[in-house]
Design a protein around this ligand. Structure first.
Ligand code: 5AD
Ligand code: SF4
Length: 495
């Protein structure tokens, strides 16, 4: 790990992509702030600009690169005396020094395994070095870290494993995040305990495949590389290794984490979504994990077995539905969400109809849908990308509208109920105040999430700061995207 002397100036981080990247940006922020730098509110005010880019779809890469171009334009406007600019995240990891060829004005590049070198990199660049690069993978089998947060927070992301060994045929992640490596249960529990001591009340356990957590970690008895190589493949930890349900139970029972209120996790693969994990969703009196939030994000990608097979997903729709049915039996109020790719090579209209049928059958709260985009180096990139862009777009729009109807019905069914939310910040929907004829001088609209991960916009008639508070609120209305609640309907507000 690099070292750097105390630093000054302001930095600005622009983040693209998944929660993993959001968590990585939080770490970058904490690392630079620890060295004495200040976070700028806007890129214009910064002396260091960092783009934390995503490569999962071609569009995401374009977004990061065009953002880079516009920062360079801003620097030129400042007569070349503007900020130093760097690219990190999956874009840095994948494109490495090629980024300097593409954008010679770029000052530094770093990857997903070299975030902790960031202060040193920035120090070197600020001292006149150009084209500084740290984008190698950490080749060791171990993964050990401590979560860093910046400022007071009720919520934190905690990386528990990294990398992915599944190699779904369309996915670039195994190439940008490397092989699966897990922390130990002891280390994660101590880490969460230090966050709880700082005021954190909700953690989201993060990894590309959190439910294969434990595979080959340093608490595994036989860690000979040859032995480990045999394990790398489709499945998570074997009998005798630490596993994800054990981690959930350890967090739920450790006295140092007693004040933790919610445990969430993302993301998962259906192959590792074991009966042991499903059992964690039962009521505590039936052996469940009390603080596990009743929410599951389990990407399915397609409703067609033929497409799933070509995607290299190694499961079928029948087994996926059976998992969801068992989960709902144990936890009827669970909120479920998924990822879908439309327009994968060879996907027919009939395959697509099967995906819609699956949405009907499972009644997801939320569906994140994407048009297939060929990624270099993946197995699918060698298949013919034979669904036209217009058909992909039609299917994507159709699916989103279809899902909106399902979600709206589900959400309307919640009106009148009292639900607990954690307030995450002020809502963008301040206009809801005018619509409701409430005094805009004192009222605020806040946004929060229920345990089952539904977004709630809460109208509060008082000016008090609700950020980070757990409140019981009464749901007054619903759209296909969110629930609305009011604070002043006479119900008890709990903190
Ligand atoms: N094209 C489109 N979507 C993709 N995803 C991953 N790779 C691709 C790709 N090549 C989607 C999957 C995954 C989510 C994070 O991004 O649905 O679950
Ligand atoms: Fe990509 Fe599949 Fe791994 Fe998820 S499980 S990160 S989709 S390769």
């Amino acid at each position: 790990m690099g070292s750097a002397p105390p630093m000054s100036g302001k930095f600005f981080i622009k983040t693209f992509g998944c929660q993993m990247n959001v968590a990585d940006s939080e770490r970058m922020t904490a690392l630079l702030a620890d060295k004495g730098m200040e976070q700028a509110q806007a890129a214009e005010d910064a002396s260091v600009i960092i783009i934390n880019g995503c490569t999962v779809r071609e569009k995401a890469v374009h977004k990061a690169l065009s953002q880079l171009g516009s920062y360079n334009f801003m620097r030129k406007r400042k007569g070349g005396k503007g900020p130093v600019i760097g690219v990190g995240g999956c874009v840095g990891q994948l494109d490495k020094e090629n980024l300097f060829k593409r954008a010679p004005y770029l000052d530094f590049v770093f990857g997903t395994d070299t975030i902790d070198n960031l202060p040193e990199i920035v120090h070197r660049v600020e001292n006149g070095e150009r084209h500084v690069i740290y984008a190698d993978f950490d080749k060791s089998m171990d993964y050990s870290t401590e979560t860093k947060i910046h400022g007071l927070k009720a919520q934190a992301f905690v990386n528990i494993m990294k990398g992915c060994d599944k190699y779904c045929t369309y996915c670039i992640v195994p190439f940008t995040r490397g092989k699966e490596k897990s922390r130990t249960i002891d280390e994660v529990v101590s880490d969460v305990a230090q966050l709880v001591a700082k005021g954190v009340r909700e953690v989201t356990l993060l990894g590309q495949n959190v439910n294969s957590f434990g595979k080959g970690n340093s608490n595994t008895a036989n860690r000979e590389p040859a032995e480990l190589n045999n394990v790398i493949g489709k499945v998570g930890p074997r009998a005798g290794e630490e596993n994800f349900p054990q981690l959930l139970r350890a967090l739920d029972t450790d006295p140092r984490c007693a004040e933790l209120k919610r445990i969430r996790f993302t993301s998962s693969h259906p192959l590792d979504f074991s009966d042991e994990l499903i059992a964690c969703y039962a009521k505590p009196e039936n052996g469940g994990v009390a603080r596990l939030s009743p929410h599951l994000h389990l990407p399915v990608q397609s409703g067609s077995d033929a497409v799933l097979q070509k995607m290299g997903r190694h499961h079928n729709i029948e087994s996926y539905i059976a998992q969801m049915d068992r989960l709902r039996e144990l936890c009827p109020d669970v909120g479920i969400s998924t990822d879908i790719i439309v327009g994968f090579p060879t996907e027919t209209e009939e395959d697509f109809q099967q995906t819609l049928k699956l949405l009907d059958r499972l009644q997801y709260d939320n569906v994140y849908a994407f048009a297939y985009s060929s990624r270099p180096g993946t197995r699918a990139s060698k298949m013919q990308d034979d669904v036209s862009a217009s058909v992909k777009n039609e299917r994507l729009n159709h699916l989103l509208q279809y899902q909106n109807v399902i979600a709206e019905k589900l959400y309307v069914g919640r009106v009148g109920k009292v639900m607990e939310i954690l307030v995450e910040g002020e809502s963008k929907n301040q206009h809801m105040i005018d619509k409701n004829g409430i005094d805009p001088q004192t009222a605020r609209v806040w946004t929060g999430k229920t345990g089952c991960n539904r977004v709630v916009n809460l109208i509060s008639r008082s000016p008090r700061n609700l950020l980070g508070k757990f409140l019981d609120v009464k749901i007054t209305a619903a759209t296909c995207l969110s629930l609305h609640a009011e604070e002043s309907l006479g119900q008890e507000i709990l903190e």
